[in-house]
Design a protein around this ligand. Structure first.
Ligand code: G1P
Length: 280
């Protein structure tokens, strides 16, 4: 079975980014000149998937507006330099179908994913967290290694002192995940391989989310549902991603990503001089 659909959960409050995220979804926070979720949609598109379901919630309308046509604006900038800025986005909008479903109560990542059940049906699918950017394209890598019947979780090595921020997995020599724990204290972490926010999942996952009790923070955790699948002998493989992962869910890594992307852009040289002057 091939992966034909992507699910992007984008329903969380983004409390680590307050006050930026008071009235604005965290997925719309700009990383240099694009909202973070646009990078995520580009990742899906470039991996050849054209069916995307975004799980939203209240206060998330800006996401739908961003991925809609804006005829008045487009007419205004027609034949000007600015037209270029929307080129990529418009190309994507013409070639992918984006669907939305609302999570009414923020009950955690697992519960958000459960809202995709009907849309997904009986096929494997890829989950991309809406506030994580990967470079190079992690979705492409996962799809390339996918054989059809397994689940694959992308992980990255993180410093030991940061394990309590992530879902942590225990991997055997065949890259099979034998255990996983959501945000463990450092002394309980089975490794320092952290779930980075890209998963290829089989549709069985919905049955497991349904029976997953509330976990960390009183929420239905996807990690806990996947752990139940492992206990029932579902094949769960780790894919160690060696590219860069930008977690836009906290202020420091958001700023680091923004600066890094801006330094690579046409304003990079001026920005660099400015930063050098600041720290002189
Ligand atoms: C979620 C997942 C966690 C994963 C992390 C990656 O946590 O629950 O397992 O490691 O994303 O960013 P969140 O950061 O949404 O609290």
């Amino acid at each position: 079975m091939k992966v034909k659909k992507a699910v992007i959960p984008a329903a969380g409050f983004g409390t680590r980014m307050l006050p930026i995220t008071k009235a604005q979804p965290k997925e719309m926070v700009p990383v240099f000149d694009k909202p973070v979720i646009q990078y995520v949609i580009e990742e899906v598109y470039e991996a050849g998937i054209d069916d995307i379901l975004i799980i939203t919630g209240r206060h998330k309308r800006a996401i739908e507006d961003h991925f809609d046509k804006q005829p008045e604006l487009e007419n205004t900038i027609k034949n000007s330099e600015k037209e270029k800025e929307l080129e990529k986005l418009n190309e994507i909008l013409e070639n992918v179908s984006i669907y939305y479903v609302r999570q009414k109560h923020p009950r955690g990542l697992g519960d958000a994913i459960y809202h995709a059940k009907q849309h997904i049906g009986d096929e494997p699918f890829i989950v991309l967290l809406g506030d994580v950017i990967t470079y190079p394209n992690c979705t492409k890598e996962l799809i390339k290694s996918f054989k059809g019947k397994e689940n694959i979780i992308a992980v990255e090595k993180v410093p030991k002192e940061l394990v309590s921020r992530y879902g942590i997995v225990e991997i055997n020599e065949n890259m099979e995940i034998k255990n996983m724990i959501e945000k463990p204290p450092v002394e309980k972490a089975p490794s320092n391989y952290a779930i980075l926010g890209r998963y290829i999942l089989q549709p069985d996952v919905f049955e497991y989310i349904k029976i997953t009790p509330p976990g960390k923070g009183g929420e239905i955790q996807l990690t806990d549902a996947l752990k139940l699948m492992i206990a029932d002998n579902h094949k769960m493989l780790a894919h160690i991603f060696s590219g860069k992962v930008y977690d836009i869910g906290n202020k420091l890594s958001w700023l680091k990503a923004t600066i890094e992307f801006a330094l690579k852009s046409e304003i990079g040289e001026e920005l660099k001089q400015h930063i050098l002057n600041l720290i002189k």
